[in-house]
Design a protein around this ligand. Structure first.
Ligand code: ATP
Ligand code: ZN
Length: 299
């Protein structure tokens, strides 16, 4: 690994992952000298720069050491990892964090008029896909001999064009499949955007920068959707109240001046605090309920 004192993160230049990736980095306190149209953004708040590229190039850029980290779909990362293994190359990148956006699945879909009775039906069939490695691995695990037809785009129209019998493609809502008279029958992998990094640890200044970035990202990912719940209650009501907050971090309990049996309590909750939950808490003895959004958290 060549020595460098700035960290370089590759993200998608344009497409589904581009804006969420930039938002996430911004929330982690990273700012850049803007150049959306060009390839490189210079990091201003920290020595962390951005490279704007095609998502398919990201694993390779990490493998070559051109970039240190990347935001990419697990589908792309896993496909290219399998490809390296098939070529007898060692692991060059790995998934460091899941990022919670870009959710989709790589699925098998067949024409709607097939009477689906299980994966064995695929034996001897042609399956159009942009993910031949992941499809191949799935078929091998089930001992099914099918023929992958590798297409780089417009996979879902292949059956109608007579190029293939079935498809293995990315699905989020399923609307594209339906529009092409296809039915999703098997999920090959569940995917979302991940932060990818090299298989080996950084040895120079980048080690500390990467650790700092990961700590901040963990904070950002943890607070997403979290709420701070504050209320007062008789001490005796606490067990019942905590049962209504199963997703809470261990709460802070404070004594209220001049009221020995009363406490004030605050707890960070991971899930939505619904009106129903607040009403249940009130019935269980909570008073002065306050729910606040959490902006930042540093463990
Ligand atoms: P690029 O020009 O960067 O190669 P692309 O066309 O390959 O762009 P997008 O369509 O923007 O890329 O998809 C990027 C990633 O978004 C996918 O690899 C996948 O991880 C994720 N994604 C989420 N939902 C979907 C979906 N319904 N279809 C395709 N990709 C999806
Ligand atoms: Zn792509």
């Amino acid at each position: 690994m060549k020595s460098r004192d700035r960290l370089r993160i590759a993200i998608q230049k344009s497409g589904r992952l581009a804006d969420p990736a930039r938002d996430l980095l911004a929330r982690a306190g990273l700012s850049f000298r803007e150049s959306r149209d060009r390839l490189f953004c210079y990091g201003e708040s920290l020595p962390i720069d951005l490279l704007l590229v095609r998502d398919d190039d990201i694993p390779g850029l990490i493998a070559e050491g051109v970039c240190d980290l990347g935001v990419v779909g697990r589908n792309v990362l896993d496909e290219q990892a399998e490809e390296r293994r098939a070529r007898g190359q060692g692991d060059a990148f790995r998934e460091l964090r899941t990022l919670g956006f870009g959710r989709c699945r790589l699925s098998l879909a067949v024409p709607q008029d097939w009477d689906w009775r299980g994966p064995d039906m695929l034996a001897g069939k042609r399956i159009a896909t942009s993910y031949p490695q992941l499809l191949g691995r799935w078929l091998r695990a089930r001992d099914i001999d099918a023929e992958p037809v590798v297409l780089s785009g417009s996979v879902e129209i292949a059956p109608r064009l007579g190029q293939a019998d079935a498809v293995c493609d990315l699905v989020s809502t399923g609307a594209t499949l339906v529009a092409n008279q296809l039915r999703e029958v098997e999920v090959i992998i569940e995917s979302e955007a991940v932060l990818a990094g090299p298989a080996v640890d950084f040895i120079d200044e980048r080690a500390e920068l990467a650790a700092l970035l990961l700590r901040r990202l963990d904070g950002v990912l943890r607070v997403q959707g979290s709420k701070l719940v504050m209320f007062q209650a008789p001490r005796t009501a606490l067990p019942a109240l905590m049962r209504l907050l199963p997703d809470a971090e261990p709460p802070t309990v404070m004594q209220i001046d001049g009221a020995a049996s009363e406490v004030a309590l605050q707890a960070v909750c991971r899930q939505a605090i619904t009106w129903q939950r607040l009403e249940d808490m009130k019935r269980a003895g909570a008073r002065g309920l306050l729910v606040l959004p959490v902006e930042q958290m540093l463990a």
